[in-house]
Design a binder for this molecule. Structure first.
Ligand code: HEC
Ligand code: HEC
Ligand code: HEC
Ligand code: HEC
Length: 133
């Protein structure tokens, strides 16, 4: 009986975590080498835990990383906009007049090649030539 109850609790916890939607659920155990950390973050000693809740690793769950996660270190869009202000009004990717709170990962991918979301609609060369780190 006791075993059944424990199993039920475990099942409940698993479903609950999944339902919280704060986690990526992986098919197989997490292989860290499949999720390379980009050099600009590796250089400054950033680890998986800085972006993901890794506490449910045994259950193949990895906490989701959001724009809020990025901003916990990179402060704010205002701060980022001033870092890239030299690009000018038309090309500053952190200060578009119509997307003030854009999700970072629409441009900066963490485990694959980044891309510039703005060029889906704007085609000036100066914007197209930007390299998204
Ligand atoms: C700088 C923050 C950052 C770090 C460090 C980082 N990740 Fe991620 N990770 C993300 C973001 C953001 C995503 C969402 C997809 C994307 O942008 O590439 C993601 C996605 C994932 C996913 C889900 C991928 C999928 O299939 O959808 C897994 C699993 C993952 N990361 C594991 C790891 C592991 C393991 C490490 C450490 C080796 C790590 N990440 C380090 C930010 C990070
Ligand atoms: C734990 C703190 C931390 C977190 C979380 C974090 N970063 Fe960083 N990031 C840094 C530091 C420190 C640097 C190196 C100094 C700098 O360029 O600001 C850096 C560098 C970068 C750079 C490179 C800048 C360049 O000059 O090439 C980009 C792009 C970047 N981060 C984007 C992100 C994104 C997107 C996320 C969220 C998925 C994120 N960071 C999460 C601390 C963090
Ligand atoms: C529309 C695309 C786009 C979005 C969204 C975006 N970025 Fe960027 N980001 C860029 C581009 C392009 C550069 C390179 C700018 C340059 O060449 O000076 C950059 C540069 C950076 C840098 C380096 C700035 C510097 O000069 O030191 C950091 C850090 C950064 N982004 C973090 C973020 C974070 C964090 C978010 C989300 C809050 C974010 N970015 C959202 C396109 C984007
Ligand atoms: C889904 C399409 C779309 C995307 C994606 C997009 N834009 Fe726009 N943008 C427009 C349209 C449409 C206008 C208004 C027509 C025009 O001025 O060309 C506009 C106007 C602008 C303007 C001029 C506003 C003014 O003062 O008249 C700037 C600057 C701008 N966009 C920057 C950006 C940046 C930076 C990004 C990326 C973060 C971006 N846009 C992404 C469609 C888009």
């Amino acid at each position: 009986m006791r075993k059944v109850i424990l199993a039920c609790i475990a099942l409940f916890l698993a479903i609950n975590l999944d339902a919280s939607e704060g986690f990526y659920r992986l098919e197989k155990p997490i292989n860290e080498s499949e999720y390379q950390i980009k050099s600009h973050h590796k250089q400054v000693g950033i680890k998986c835990e800085n972006c993901h809740d890794m506490s449910q690793k045994e259950a193949n769950l990895v906490g989701k990383a959001s724009t809020a996660t990025c901003l916990s270190c990179h402060k704010s869009y205002e701060q980022l906009a001033s870092l890239s202000a030299h690009l000018g009004y038309d090309d500053n990717p952190h200060a578009s007049p119509h997307y003030p709170d854009m999700d970072c990962k629409l441009c900066h991918a963490s485990h694959k090649k980044s891309q510039n979301y703005c060029v889906m609609c704007h085609s000036q060369e100066s914007l197209k030539n930007l390299i998204v780190p």
